[in-house]
Design a protein around this ligand. Structure first.
Ligand code: GLN
Length: 305
């Protein structure tokens, strides 16, 4: 159902898309329409509300998928093993930075929300080969969103895979220290998880699953509670890249963004939110999407702090 306040806030913030830029280092993403803006929210009683373009647009998860792979790696191996490979601290650097890796010996990516950390986490996801591991990631996304139709956009995958020079260099660097398995296999899993196509509604339901400590909209406990809590904490400290501090102050909701312009947000106990606005700010977050969430958080008093 379209909701008057969500419509009003999208109208208010659509002009903010103008100051942003669509990601262009992945050719397929450069074709997104920069003036699009949409939001969906869903509550534990399954009330689904829309604003703006939400009902008619879809987009790829990109970095939002780092939340999903972290959940699965934790379910596969437990905290101790996962955090022996990747840290728990925000970096203050861009998501694709190599800089701090070189300062550590052996290199241990500072957290699972930067590309280096996410590739280490992806290579921890169990399975026999790329297809099986991506299949397990897809199954988890589908279960969290309660949508069996969610799939990988192979065109976006190919577009990024062929141009993933920086991620390839990060993977090679990590490989030297045995932090990832086969470089191409690691990239194939990581870039495919980034290319999973969703809607704002899907993101809202994924956010609700985390908000309900791992229980999906169907009431099924899909993720163990402590893991749902842990990933929401990462969303607060590292979810919006090196803008996470400001986002926590201005919005105050656990959230994870992607360079496609999607934002997954999860208000513990209350609501899941999915936002899409592909025009990005200089840190790589949806420019209008962040502002829209700030207005919504104020209007509905959603800050967790
Ligand atoms: N696939 C993208 C990359 O690795 C994801 C980055 C992002 O969304 N910030 O560059």
């Amino acid at each position: 159902m379209r909701h008057p306040l969500l419509e009003e806030l999208v109208a208010k913030h659509r002009p903010d898309t103008k100051g942003g830029k669509v990601a262009d280092y992945i050719p397929a993403l450069s074709r997104q329409n920069p003036s699009v803006l949409g939001i969906a929210t869903v509550t534990p009683n399954q009330e689904l509300l829309y604003g703006g373009d939400a009902p008619v647009v879809s987009f790829t998860l990109q970095s939002i998928s780092k939340v999903i792979s972290l959940v699965l790696a934790l379910m596969d191996h437990g905290e101790e093993t996962v955090f022996s490979h990747v840290g728990m601290e925000p970096t203050g650097d861009p998501f694709n930075s190599l800089y701090k890796l070189e300062m550590m010996s052996p290199p241990k990516p500072l957290n699972p929300m930067i590309n280096a950390g996410a590739m280490v986490v992806s290579s921890l996801v169990k399975g026999s080969g790329v297809e099986d591991r991506v299949g397990r990631l897809l199954d988890l996304v589908r279960a969290m969103a309660d949508n069996p139709k969610i799939d990988v956009d192979e065109e976006v995958f190919r577009s990024e895979y062929e141009t993933a020079h920086r991620n390839r260099s990060i993977a090679y660097f990590l490989k030297e220290y045995g932090q990832v398995g086969d470089v191409e296999e690691t990239l194939q899993v990581y870039v495919r998880q980034c290319a999973i196509r969703v809607t704002c509604e899907d993101l809202a339901r994924i956010g609700l699953c985390l908000a309900q400590y791992g229980r999906s909209v169907t009431g099924e406990q899909i993720i163990p509670q402590p893991i749902a809590r842990l990933v929401k904490t990462f969303m607060v400290t590292c979810g919006m890249y090196n803008a996470s501090g400001e986002f926590a102050i201005r919005v105050g909701i656990p959230a994870k963004s992607g360079v496609s312009g999607g934002i997954l947000a999860s208000v513990p106990g209350k609501m899941g939110i999915g936002v899409y606005g592909p025009a990005l700010d200089e840190k790589g977050n949806s420019r209008a999407g962040v502002r829209l969430l700030q207005s919504l958080s104020r209007a509905w008093q959603l800050s967790i702090f």
